[in-house]
Design a protein around this ligand. Structure first.
Ligand code: PFF
Length: 447
């Protein structure tokens, strides 16, 4: 069977940026920044992206493109008859953990988009009112469940369209739009009197705030944001043409993702300061604080609609990538039709998402290691499974694959001389620095 490929260079890039840019940038990053000391967190985060995530990104890219296979098939092809296929299976199953709870927040975005369209957030509402509304909404039973179901169904429908028709067409139009929209909100926020304090919070680091928990949170966030360790970038890379330059593509994606997170924070934090709101926003930051900001903006009603639409689109393009890992596996390894594969993944992710959604309300007493089910899955994925997945992938590339094969893939058979020079630095990082650093962080997370 001939594998479907992306139609254009821009299309693949947008699909990968689409996987990276998502709720992680607009919902998770701003509240992580506000909870972990502002600029200090951002500084550690940037170091994590460039020093640790880039080599992992290269590793996923190399495995995916070299094998031209789904996450499971990739390890079987590159290391036939070895236990590495279990790593492949891990990379296929693990994304389902994120997909399930991601879909719940995606569903919140749908509901807030609906609220923005009908209610408008334009009246003189108070912050308390919005807080109570959010708490009441997420702890209710049906409205969030409906959102979750709609979100997962939409993702499924796009995936039935396949790589070129569905994923590529969607990402190409939506990702540039998203950047423009969030950028315009950030520009408006910058004009608010009192916004400068927010910029100081974001960009003037207080180094004394950096501790082990800030480092662990920044690293978890960087894996989450760049979709690493879960076979998603590996799967997308398997559709990338052999002519692409792995180093420049990965760097473009990582930098776009970083810039997007920074723009999203610039859209939110300065306004939080200008209006004297609570900087410890927590996971509700986007859903409680932003509507308040919109209510004070000129044309705020319209901006609110556009923002929640953007949030939804960002969430969809990431969910698509999480979903595609399992679909590619079922289609290629189990010879299933795309439709059937999409239906099977739906039937696994939907019920898990239902438990996540109910864990804010009816099931809030059900705790796993002291966390409600939703938080448990979030921590399990970002702090443990993604770290473990990344560790295994770098070990695979650094120790199992032949140096010559890795070199060939990274330099397109030696034709990219710049990459050949870079490889001298990348190789020892892949073999020694990255595995050691990830291992240390993984163990410190366990303690
Ligand atoms: N990177 C996505 C975000 O920032 O929202 C989330 C994500 C997508 C994580 C795909 C992991 C993944 F495999």
């Amino acid at each position: 069977m001939k594998r479907e490929n992306f139609g254009s260079r821009f299309g693949v890039l947008m699909a990968m940026v689409g996987s990276a840019v998502g709720l992680g940038n607009m919902w998770r990053f701003p509240y992580m920044v506000s909870e972990h000391g502002g600029a200090a967190f951002i500084l550690v985060y940037i170091l994590c992206v460039f020093c640790l995530c880039m080599p992992i990104f290269f590793a996923e890219f190399i495995v995916g493109r070299r094998s031209q296979s789904n996450a499971f098939g990739a390890f079987q092809k590159l290391a036939p008859g070895t236990g590495w296929k279990w790593v492949g299976l891990f990379a296929v199953v693990a994304p389902l953990t994120i997909l399930s709870y991601y879909s719940v927040i995606g569903g919140w975005s749908i509901q807030y988009l609906f609220k923005a369209c009908t209610f408008g957030f334009t009246e003189r509402i108070t912050q308390e009112y919005l807080d109570t509304m959010f708490a009441g909404f997420i702890s209710s039973t049906w409205a969030p469940l409906l959102g979750h179901t709609l979100f997962l169904l939409t993702t499924a429908l796009i995936l039935v369209g396949g790589v070129k028709g569905g994923i590529e067409r969607f990402g190409k139009v939506m990702m540039p739009l998203l950047y423009l929209l969030v950028l315009s909100i950030a520009v408006w926020t910058a004009t608010l009197p009192g916004a400068s304090e927010g910029f100081t919070f974001l960009f003037k680091p207080d180094l004394s705030k950096i501790d082990a928990s800030v480092c662990a949170a920044a690293l978890g966030q960087s894996f989450f944001s760049l979709s690493l360790g879960y076979g998603t970038m590996l799967t997308y890379a398997s559709y990338v043409s052999k002519k692409e330059n792995i180093a420049t593509s990965s760097t473009t994606i990582a930098v776009s993702d970083l810039i997007f997170s920074l723009i999203a924070s610039c859209a939110i934090m300065p306004a939080v300061f200008a209006f004297g709101l609570n900087t410890q926003g927590g996971p509700g930051l986007v859903f409680e604080t932003l509507p308040y900001i919109f209510s004070k903006m000129p044309l705020g009603g319209l901006v609110a609609i556009l923002f929640f639409l953007a949030l939804l689109v960002a969430a969809l393009t990431s969910a698509i990538s999480l979903y595609e890992v399992g679909v590619a596996y079922l289609v290629e390894e189990k010879n299933m039709s795309r439709k059937k594969a999409v239906a099977i993944i739906f039937s696994v992710a939907w019920p898990i998402g239902v438990i996540c959604s109910l864990s804010f309300g009816p099931l809030s007493d059900m705790k796993i290691l002291g966390n409600i089910f939703f938080d448990f899955l979030d921590k399990l994925s970002a702090n443990y499974l993604m770290t473990l997945g990344s560790l295994l992938i770098v070990i695979f590339v650094g120790w199992k694959m032949k140096r010559q094969d890795v070199f060939d893939e990274f330099t397109n058979g030696g034709t990219l001389t710049g990459n050949a020079r870079l490889f001298r630095l990348v190789w020892p990082v892949l073999r020694f620095v990255a595995p050691l650093a990830i291992l240390i962080i993984f163990i410190s997370n366990l303690l």
